[in-house]
Design a protein around this ligand. Structure first.
Ligand code: NAD
Length: 296
C-alpha cells in the first residue's frame, strides 16, 4: 500500500482516485470544488485543504487537471515546494507538449522523478478502471509509475521521453476527430442516397471503410453497438474536449512545422460545432451539423 496524493477530482480524477482507494492505497485528495471533495471523502479518500498538503509524505502524487495552465500553476506554485524529494510525480491531465516538457524539466532539476501519463477512455473507463495510459518520462520513473497506473487502467504504455505521452495522446485524438467526421459524412451521404443504415453499416463494418468511430462508437442511433448516439448523444466524450485536443495538436504541429490539413479541417468543424452551443454534447453528435441539421 502506498500513500498517494491526488489533485483534481473532477469527472475523470474522481473515479481514478476511488480506484486507488479500492486497490488499498491511502489517497490524500484535493480539489478546488467542494462537491468533488465530498465525493472523494465518501469514497474513502482523506481530503485536505490545499494541493501542497496532498503531497506531504506521499510516495506518489497524481494530478488530473483541466489544462496546461492549471498544471504549470499547481506544480510551480505548490507541489515542487511541498513534495519530498523521492516523491514520484504523475500528471495524467491532457495538456500541451511544451508545458509538459517544461514542467518535467523543472521536476528533474529539483530531483523529482516525473512522468506525463494522459489517458484514453472517458468517464466510464475512469470509473471502471479501464483507461489506457500513454506515458512519457525516464525508464526509472515509468517503472515506478506503471504499477500504480495499472490499478486505474487496462493498458499502460511507455511512449518515450518526457512529453511523449502527451504527443501520443494528441496524435491519437487527431486521428479520432478526423475519422469521426469522415464516418459521419459517409453515413449522412449514404442515407441521402437512399441506403438502409443497417445495410450500409453491415457493409462498411466489414469493408475498408471500417473504423473505431463506425464499429465501436457509431454516430447513428440504432445501428452498431450501444453508443452515445443511442442515448441522445449525452455522456461519452464531449465535443468541447475533442476541440481542446485538436487545438493542442494544431499548436504542436505548428511547433514542428508538420502539415496537418485533415486535423486542421477537423479542428475548424469542431470549433463551428462548439460555437453553435454543442460543446457539452458527445463528439459524435457532429453528424447533425455535417448533415446540414441544427447541431443543438
Ligand atoms: P473536470 O473539469 O471534470 O475536472 C478537473 C478538476 O480539476 C475539477 O474538479 C476542478 O475543480 C479541478 N481543479 C482545477 N484547478 C485546480 C487546482 N488549481 N487545484 C485543484 N483542483 C483543481 O475535467 P475532466 O473531465 O476530469 O478532465 C481532466 C483532464 O482529463 C483534462 O485534461 C481532460 O482533457 C482529460 N480527459 C478527459 C476525458 C473525459 O472524457 N472527460 C477523457 C480523456 C482525458
Amino acid at each position: 500500500m502506498a500513500r498517494i496524493g491526488f489533485i483534481g477530482l473532477g469527472n475523470m480524477g474522481g473515479g481514478m482516485a476511488l480506484n486507488l482507494v479500492k486497490a488499498g492505497h491511502e489517497v490524500i485528495a484535493f480539489d478546488l470544488a467542494d462537491s468533488a471533495l465530498a465525493r472523494a471523502r465518501d469514497g474513502g479518500c482523506t481530503i485536505v485543504a490545499a494541493a501542497g498538503e496532498a503531497c506531504l509524505g506521499a510516495d506518489a502524487v497524481i494530478t488530473m487537471l483541466p489544462a496546461g495552465t492549471h498544471v504549470a500553476a499547481v506544480y510551480g506554485d505548490q507541489l515542487f515546494a511541498a513534495a519530498t524529494p523521492g516523491t514520484l510525480l504523475v500528471d495524467c491531465s491532457t495538456i500541451d507538449v511544451a508545458t509538459a516538457r517544461a514542467v518535467a524539466a523543472t521536476a528533474s532539476d529539483r530531483g523529482f522523478a516525473m512522468v506525463d501519463a494522459p489517458v484514453s477512455g472517458g468517464i466510464a473507463a475512469a470509473q471502471a478502471g479501464t483507461l489506457t495510459f500513454m506515458v512519457g518520462g525516464p525508464d526509472a520513473a515509468f517503472a515506478r509509475a506503471a504499477p500504480i497506473l495499472a490499478q486505474m487502467g487496462k493498458a499502460v504504455i511507455h511512449a518515450g521521453a518526457a512529453g511523449d505521452g502527451q504527443a501520443a495522446k494528441i496524435c491519437n485524438n487527431m486521428i479520432l476527430g478526423s475519422q469521426m467526421i469522415a464516418t459521419c459524412e459517409a453515413l449522412a451521404l449514404a442515407l441521402r442516397l437512399g441506403l438502409d443504415p443497417q445495410k450500409f453499416y453491415d457493409i462498411a463494418s466489414q469493408a475498408s471503410g471500417q473504423s473505431w468511430s463506425l464499429t465501436s462508437y457509431c454516430p447513428l442511433p440504432g445501428v452498431g453497438p450501444q453508443s452515445p448516439a443511442d442515448r441522445g448523444y449525452e455522456g461519452g466524450f464531449a465535443a468541447g474536449l475533442m476541440l481542446k485536443d485538436l487545438k493542442l495538436a494544431m499548436v504542436a504541429a505548428q511547433g514542428v512545422d508538420a502539415a496537418v490539413p485533415m486535423g486542421a479541417a477537423a479542428a475548424a468543424l469542431y470549433q463551428a460545432f462548439v460555437n453553435a452551443g454543442a460543446g457539452a454534447r458527445d463528439f459524435s453528435a457532429i453528424i447533425a451539423m455535417l448533415d446540414g441539421r441544427q447541431p443543438g
